[in-house]
Structure formats: structure tokens, C-alpha cells
Design a protein around this ligand. Structure first.
Ligand SMILES: N[C@@H](CCC(=O)N[C@@H](CSCO)C(=O)NCC(=O)O)C(=O)O
Ligand SMILES: [Zn+2]
Ligand SMILES: [Zn+2]
Length: 183
């Protein structure tokens, strides 16, 4: 049985529409980086791409977005560094434990103004549950056996998540509209 992600493998736990936010913490034993988020995440999704942080043993990351203005680093900011300055999403990770605390878009982009975060780094409950699975085929690029993709996609379907090899139609339409307007 494939392990997709701990928040998905045993079925989804619905989030709380009135959830007011929480604090993300890195995995260091001491001096953890802390990031306060006010409000919930949106467009929360499983992501199979090679760039998003995944908990150990998971094939997928779970990542959502929050407005930049809803995010504040509240402890040990000095431990953060941008892991790949050439990427669209500037992932700020803890230098010690490697956990990605937030990914910010600095260049012109349809998602500029939003930060990518992993709500599972917080102990509070009520975060929006994953809405879809994105970049599913990308796990093959990381060594996953292409012959087992039916198992992966049907496991997502069983918990009620649609699978895509890019982002969801809503997000892809936003990107395409931005591209058209920019011409
Ligand atoms: N096959 C590639 C895909 C990487 C990719 O394009 N990832 C998406 C989704 S990340 C969260 O949804 C993306 O937008 N990346 C921009 C960035 O990471 O800067 C792979 O697996 O690497
Ligand atoms: Zn850390
Ligand atoms: Zn990703």
C-alpha cells in the first residue's frame, strides 16, 4: 500500500470554516522557527512535485496558500534561508532541520501576494482539508514506479480527491487569464 501523506492515507478530516489560524513550527528540538498565520489556508492540496517539502515517508506534500499579510515569522527568523533563489516560489526553510516554513513569490506572477505553507506544521486543528491532488505524475521524476500510478490515483479518488498532473482547473484558469492579460 502506497503512503501518500499522513493527512490523506486514513481519509480526510474536514477543516473548520471559522478557523482563526495557528502557529507553524519547524522540526528542530530547540529554538524552533515559528510562523504565525492568521486565518485559514486556501487551495490546500497534495503536491507531488520535487520542490515542495514532504514529511518523511510521504510521497506527497500538502501545501496551501495564505495572503502574505496574514503571515509573520515570530521566532528564530535567523535560521531561515531561501533554498533555491531561482525558483518562482522562494521557499524559506530552516537551515537546521530543512523544513520549509513558507514559500513566497517575489516576481510578477498570478499568485504574487500569496505565501505557500504546510499547515501540518501547526498543532491547531481546523485547517482546510486538502481539496485536490496536483503534479501527481511528478513523483515518477523522483523515482516512483510508473506502473504503480493507478494505485496512487485510485487512493486519492477513494478519499474524494481529484488528481491532476498540473494544478486544479480553477488555478490553471487563473494562471491562463493572467497570461492573456499580460500580453
Ligand atoms: N515536475 C516538476 C514540477 C514542479 C512545479 O512546477 N511545481 C509547481 C507546484 S508547487 C505547489 O503547488 C510550481 O508551481 N512550482 C513553482 C516553484 O516551485 O517555484 C517537479 O516535480 O519539480
Ligand atoms: Zn528547524
Ligand atoms: Zn509542489
Amino acid at each position: 500500500m502506497v503512503a501518500l501523506h499522513p493527512l490523506i492515507d486514513n481519509g480526510l478530516k474536514r477543516g473548520d470554516p471559522n478557523f482563526s489560524g495557528g502557529t507553524l513550527e519547524c522540526h528542530c528540538l530547540n529554538d524552533r522557527v515559528a510562523v504565525r498565520i492568521s486565518g485559514n489556508v486556501a487551495h490546500n492540496h497534495a503536491c507531488g512535485c520535487s520542490k515542495c517539502w514532504k514529511p518523511s515517508g510521504a510521497l506527497f506534500s500538502v501545501v496551501g496558500v495564505v495572503p502574505v499579510s496574514n503571515l509573520t515569522v515570530t521566532a528564530n527568523k535567523q535560521k531561515l534561508h531561501v533554498i533555491d533563489p531561482s525558483a518562482v516560489i522562494q521557499r524559506n526553510a530552516c537551515k537546521e532541520c530543512g523544513v520549509h516554513m513558507y514559500g513566497r513569490i517575489e516576481k510578477d506572477h498570478p499568485f504574487k501576494g500569496l505565501d505557500f505553507v504546510h499547515a501540518e506544521l501547526s498543532s491547531e486543528e481546523g485547517w482546510q482539508e486538502p481539496q485536490f491532488a496536483a503534479f501527481v505524475s511528478s513523483i515518477i521524476e523522483q523515482g516512483f514506479d510508473a506502473n504503480k500510478m493507478d494505485e496512487v490515483r485510485s487512493k486519492f479518488k477513494r478519499v474524494g480527491l481529484e488528481t491532476y498532473d498540473c494544478l486544479s482547473p480553477t488555478l490553471m484558469d487563473l494562471i491562463a487569464s493572467y497570461t492573456y492579460k499580460a500580453k
